[in-house]
Design a protein around this ligand. Structure first.
Ligand code: SAM
Length: 246
């Protein structure tokens, strides 16, 4: 990440997140760290406004510094506080929560539900456990309108865009659990990066399963859950098991 006063060279991951915000966005970036994302968006779009939320003082002061450097104090408000508690009712139309684990994103959404009344779009970029974020959207009346998967610096990231329209039609009952795990849109697209991610996950799960089966005290429930998921992954990859290491 490099920045000067006219531009921000943002990570590809956060650029992709930003691309899912509409023109004239009025959004909150929760866990904003240096507030690079809201500053980048405001540099690109003169009509955008943001609230940058941070729970920790270090990143909060870094965010204040960045906003001051770009002279965006009138368009980006930096607030110190936990998750969505920094928001008043009806203040923003979009929320970004990026660069955290899925469980934390889910907790932030759950604890702050009452702040989401006017929020039309949530853009989540969980570093792990994307499934739990998708499940939260499913349970809370959001439909996944877009997903992206990308590789940067050796990491594969998923971005989940959820819009408030509770038709739930994207889920097919027989495929529901698979769609939650792989992502309904990513599963349809099966991009090269998606295949790369799930080959890696398949190999990792095979190793873990081997270890679990060797244990003296076997956790049969866990083993069977792992076996079920491994089978789904193999199906999605079109494995014929003739070349299990590929
Ligand atoms: N969003 C940026 C990104 O995607 O690059 C920063 C990600 S950084 C790894 C996670 C940030 O979230 C940290 O600055 C941390 O202080 C903040 N954070 C963690 N839990 C939080 C919470 N409950 N509410 C607000 N911020 C939180």
């Amino acid at each position: 990440m490099t920045a000067n006063n006219n531009s921000i060279n943002l990570s590809t991951r956060l650029q992709k997140v930003a691309a899912f915000l509409p023109n004239g966005a009025n959004f909150a970036d929760i866990g904003s760290d240096h507030a690079y994302l809201p500053c980048y968006v405001c540099l690109q779009d003169q009509t955008a406004h943001a609230i940058a939320g941070e729970v920790n003082e270090g990143p909060y002061y870094s965010a204040l510094e960045t906003v001051e450097r770009y002279m965006f104090a009138k368009r980006i408000e930096v607030r110190l506080g936990n998750g969505l508690s920094v928001l008043q009712k009806d203040e923003v139309n979009q929320v970004v929560i990026a660069g955290m684990g899925g469980a934390l994103i889910r907790t932030i959404l759950d604890e702050g539900k009452q702040s989401l009344d006017t929020v039309q779009r949530i853009i989540a970029q969980p570093n792990i456990d994307e499934r739990s974020v998708r499940y939260w959207f499913y349970e809370n009346g959001y439909t996944i309108s877009n997903e992206a998967i990308l590789e940067e610096n050796g990491h594969i990231y998923e971005i989940i865009v959820a819009d408030r329209k509770a038709d739930g039609s994207q889920y097919i009952p027989d495929l529901f659990e698979k769609q939650l795990l792989f992502g309904p849109i990513l599963l349809n697209e099966k991009s090269d990066i998606f295949i790369q991610k799930w080959k890696h996950e398949r190999n990792k799960r095979r190793r873990v399963l081997d270890e679990m089966k060797k244990a003296t005290e076997k956790d049969k429930q866990k083993i069977s859950a792992f076996e079920k998921e491994l089978l789904w992954i193999e199906e999605v990859l079109g494995d014929d098991n003739s070349n299990p290491k590929s």
